[in-house]
Write a protein that binds this ligand. Sequence first.
Ligand code: ZN
Ligand code: MN
Length: 480
Amino acid sequence: MPKYEAVIGLETHIQLNTKSKIFCGCKADSWGDPPNTNICPVCTGLPGVLPVLNRVVVEKAVLLAAAMHADSILSLSYFARKNYFYPDLPKGYQISQYDEPLARDGTFNLPMPDGSSRQVKITKLHIEEDAGKTVYQSGSRLIDFNRCGVPLVEMVTGPDLRSADEAAQYLIRLRQLLRWLGISEGDMEKGQLRCDANVSIRPAGSEVLNTKTEIKNINSIENVRAAIQVEIERQIREVDAGRKIESWTLNWDDDSGTLRKMRVKETEADYRYFREPDLLPIRLGEAWRDDILANLPELPLERRVRFVDQYGLPLYDAEILTEERSLSEYFEQAVSTYGGEPKVVSNWLMNDVLRMIRELGVKAGELRLQPEHLAEIIHLVEGKGITTNTGKALLDRVEESGRSPAEIVEEEGLAQVSDEDTLRALVSEILEKNPEQVATYQAGKTTVIGWFVGQVMRETRGKANPQVVQTILEELLSDR
Ligand code: ZN
Ligand code: MN
């Protein structure tokens, strides 16, 4: 038994992929745009302007809350001003939510390596605007307001994670879910998913919550894992040496892989929260809520379980096929067109189609190779119309040309050669030309038959039916 266990809670900020910002019509996604090009009087906080709420922000946030099985998605929630002074926050406050957030008390089902799942509590989920970005450049401070007013969801977990690996796993699964719901790409390198981690330790098995530290500014999942691990080890050293953990805010330094102590953290009182007077509360009526929830898809973990139950797939296959939503839909369509054993479709997808998807850098739903095409190719192979190798090559040919497999087979004469007379003539010819290998065979080294099959395949450019070739070879060789 280890002496200590870690207690970790994560606070994530998720950038929603709306077209426009949360309170104005400016373009929301500024990635790669020149500084200060997507701004207006509203998001730069000029005097006399008024914010107008983007309806889609609420819809995407409600979808996420529902996916968190939030017990209470409030039908009435309020915006609040979070006051603090920072150069990249031109209004002097951030419009956020505070005492009545969009949703509370959710649960994130985190799958564990053994196939079970851990329930991670989501204490609070609210929407808010992003601040700008300060860039330090040769001794000056430059401010880019493009990010001001970009819609964010802030989501806070309970202290429910127990290791750096679990924290990383949480982010991997959260990112999968965001993409699945189509509400964010969740790319940490682009700041679409940001994470602060609260870390403390306690004697293993204990229920106390000790003083925690907060790690800020971690910009990749790997760094979240590394930073938390470094901090757990530091706290263990401190406690073992008889020292107390102090409530620090730590900054992860990517280059050196170390944590540095930052400013003393503001307390909630420092923010002087009050209700935002320029915005009405969000009224989520029943009709609107039902409309939004009509778009809530089956979630990845539920689909994974169903794939095992309904299609008899191994958990391993089900896991891979539900990694991404359109891949899981592709699989189901292909199975329904194919009509045979689902595992066969799974094998083709996992071995060949996934390779293609990775090489092309697209989602399954974006392939020109439709699920119907895949089913057709499997049928052609199983019906001995084409060889397996031709079938695999066909996947690429259909993807390149967008034409149907049958069309390509017909036009390019790819049909499998099973005609015995044709193959018999070819085999005889090859035996004539290779007396040495024939002698080897007759001397008892029968494995040389594989070499002969290879020769026939070369001559027919892979189209000969290998079983027929094998039978003819055995027959002609033993006749000699
Ligand atoms: Zn604007
Ligand atoms: Mn926040």
